[in-house]
Design a protein around this ligand. Sequence first.
Ligand SMILES: Cc1cc2nc3c(=O)[nH]c(=O)nc-3n(C[C@H](O)[C@H](O)[C@H](O)COP(=O)(O)O)c2cc1C
Length: 336
Amino acid sequence: MPSICQQPPLILRKVKIDPPLMVAPMANLTHSALRRLLADFGGYGALFTEMLSAKMILNENFTRSPWLKRRPQEGRVFYQLMTDDIVKLPEIVDRLAPLAPDGLDLNCACGAATIRRQGGGAALFEDVARMQRVVAVLRRAFEGPLTVKIRLGRRGEGWRDRLWERIQVLEGEGVDAVILHPRFMEDKFKRVAQYAVLGELAARMRVPLIGNGDISGAADLHARAASLKGVAGWMIGRHAVARPWICALGENPGTSVDEAEVARRFCAYLAEDFEPDKALRRLKVWMPYFARNYVFGHTLFAAIQSAPDWDVARSRLDVFCAARPERLESISVDGL
Ligand SMILES: Cc1cc2nc3c(=O)[nH]c(=O)nc-3n(C[C@H](O)[C@H](O)[C@H](O)COP(=O)(O)O)c2cc1C
C-alpha cells in the first residue's frame, strides 16, 4: 500500500517496520481502544503503547488490561517502558514475553514532574550513568528491537555536546534505533521542533534515527524526507489522535471519512475495554483532539468535558453529530 511516508521499510533486528511510520506513545491515549481504532485504518508500520510503569506491568491482568493487551489487527506493537528500576527490569521483560512485543522502547523524553520525580523520562536522560545502566540491563534481557525515545535535553550552553554524548552511550549499549522529538525538555510543545538537528545527527549516527514532532500529514513528511534524507523513519503523535485515519491517507489522499461514525465506533471500543468511569475519562482526554476536526468543535469539547457520566457523554456526542456539523479540511493541534 502506498504510504504517506514514501521511504523504504525500517528493519530493526529482522523486524520490518513498513512503512517506517509509527504512531507515538501517548499517555492515556494509545491504549487498546485507540490502537484498535488506528488499526481499522492502518497505514502505519508500528504502534507504541503509552508509557508503562514497572508497577503496572507486574500487577496487571494481561488479557484485560487496556494498557497491555493487543489485538492481532494492530500489527506491530512496541511497548514503552518508563522506569529506572534496574533490579525489576528483567522480571518486567519476562512478564511481557507472552504479549510478544515487537519491540521495547525506553522513555527518556517525558519531562512531566511526576515522571521525573520517579527518576524516569527526562530525569533518566539527564543522568547518563544511570541511563547507561538501565539500557545495558534492558539490552541483556530483551533480544528484540530496543529503541529509546529522547528530546534534546535541557536548553543551555553545551546542549549539543550533552546530546551527542548520550546518543553515543545509547549506541554503545546496543540500542537499535533512537527516536528524537527535537524540542528541549522544558519546552513541552512550545517553539518549533528543531528539524535541522535531526538531519545533522542522522548523518553522524551509527543506528537509525526516527524523527518526531508536529507531523500533520503527507506534505510535512515529503518536505522533511527530501531535506532530511538520513532520517530512517517518522513518528506521528497528536495528529494521529485527532485523525486516526491519517496514516492511511497514502493509499487514497481524497478518502472521505465519516468522522461521526469514527467517534461512535471509538466510544464502542472504549466501552468494551474500560469500565464506564474510566471510559468517560479516556473519552474526555481524546475529545480535545478529535473536536479539532469541526468548525464548532469547541462546543463538542465543552459538552463532553462537562458530562457527568458515560451515558450523558454518549448522547451529547450523538446530538452534536446529528446536526451534521461543518468539518475542517486541515486542522491544527497547537496548544494541545
Ligand atoms: C497527551 C500526550 C501524552 C504523551 N505521552 C507520552 C508517553 O507516554 N511517552 C512518550 O514518550 N511521549 C509521550 N508524549 C509525547 C509524544 O510521544 C510525542 O513525542 C509528541 O506528542 C510530539 O509528537 P507530535 O507533535 O506528533 O504530537 C505524549 C504527548 C501527548 C500530547
